[in-house]
Design a binder for this molecule. Structure first.
Ligand code: TXD
Length: 311
């Protein structure tokens, strides 16, 4: 492969991203983790599947960063999931430290790379990555909206008994309960879902989308979602590496767009070889605007906590 992708964190999301990227022949993959043997084992296992899956991507695993040198794209999934008894603040501190250490090591070796953050709390971790890497804002972004809108799309398709391929969904805001799915801009074959479903059913699907992550955690009990998150990362990877310029909802650094200043918030962006090539602004109603502002406020409060901790 001509392109190189480094995935930091060889856990559930990281390993599945490596699989998707390799199987789509988007790039060679370097998988990095602190746990000895884990990235090497998962990389070897994935490599041994290559003859059957018919791809020629090379996948290597490592506990250090040398092999990541010259990556085109770096995906950060390293971090801890929230454990029982752990507050949101504990998770914020722990993962911020991890993301900082990771970016300090990985960014200097690939100074032209694009950084895609996956670790939670997503929007706040994007800030850590931007500040630590000192990369321009177009080359640091976060994955959340593609996943949230895929969840919304899958619920819409099931509700109307139509192909998922006919669906399009629009989700703005931070990742988490305050996300703002926009039914007006969510369509089936170009028809807004507001013309296809009752307001009650739309509200139910919107609520299920908001709680989509928790629904999976409640079922799995020992971890969180990773198949759909990995698919979302792979779609972003493809748009960047193939310079497809897809419009996808991503956490991007806003400087005045949507009246939000100096914050990572989920908005539709044009994704190409330069990373975030354009932020698309759509006209929002008063209610949508205030929901987005509420979502941005919750990101802001996490960033404030980080700043107070000196992270
Ligand atoms: O929509 C989204 N953005 C998300 C976010 C969707 C799904 C998962 N989301 C978050 O991604 C989740 O809350 C976690 O913060 C990350 C990774 O989730 P995953 O399910 O993959 O967690 P795992 O399986 O615990 O894997 C994390 C790995 C694990 O192997 C650790 O050993 C490793 O991260 N880790 C590190 N790797 C490298 N360097 C350091 N310092 C490090 N610390 C931990």
């Amino acid at each position: 492969m001509q392109k190189k992708v480094t995935v930091v964190g060889a856990g559930n999301v990281g390993a599945t991203v490596a699989q998707r990227v390799a199987e789509k022949e988007l790039a060679d993959v370097v998988l990095i983790d602190v746990v000895e043997g884990l990235p090497q084992g998962r990389a070897l296992d994935l490599q041994e599947a290559a003859p059957i899956e018919k791809h020629d991507a090379r996948i290597i695993g490592a506990n250090t960063y040398e092999a990541s040198e010259g990556s085109d794209l770096i995906i950060i999934t390293a971090g801890l999931p929230r454990k029982p008894g752990m507050s949101r603040g504990d998770l914020l501190t722990t993962n911020a430290k991890i993301v900082k250490i990771v970016v300090e090591q990985v960014a200097p070796l690939s100074p032209h790379a694009i950084l895609v953050v996956v670790t939670n709390p997503l929007d706040a971790m994007c800030h850590v990555a931007l500040e630590t890497s000192k990369f321009p804002k177009n080359r640091v972004l976060g994955m959340a909206g593609v996943l949230d809108s895929a969840r919304f799309r899958s619920f819409i398709a099931a509700e109307l008994n139509v192909s998922v391929e006919n669906t399009h969904a629009f989700v703005l805001g931070g990742h988490g309960r305050t996300m703002v799915p926009l039914p007006r801009y969510s369509t089936v074959a170009g028809i807004p879902i507001t013309e296809l479903m009752s307001a009650d059913r739309i509200d139910a699907l919107v609520e299920r989308t908001r709680l989509g992550g928790a629904e999976i955690v409640d079922l799995l009990k020992t971890g969180s979602a990773y198949y759909a998150p990995a698919s979302a990362v792979a779609e972003m990877t493809e748009s960047i590496l193939k310079d497809k310029k897809k419009i996808l909802p991503c956490a991007a650094y806003l400087e005045g767009e949507y009246d939000i200043h100096g914050l990572f918030v989920g908005v539709p962006v044009k994704l190409g070889k330069e990373g975030v090539e354009q932020i698309i602004e759509v006209i929002l109603t008063k209610e949508e605007r205030s929901a987005l502002q509420k979502s941005a406020d919750s990101v802001q409060s996490l960033v404030k906590d980080l700043n107070e901790m000196g992270l």
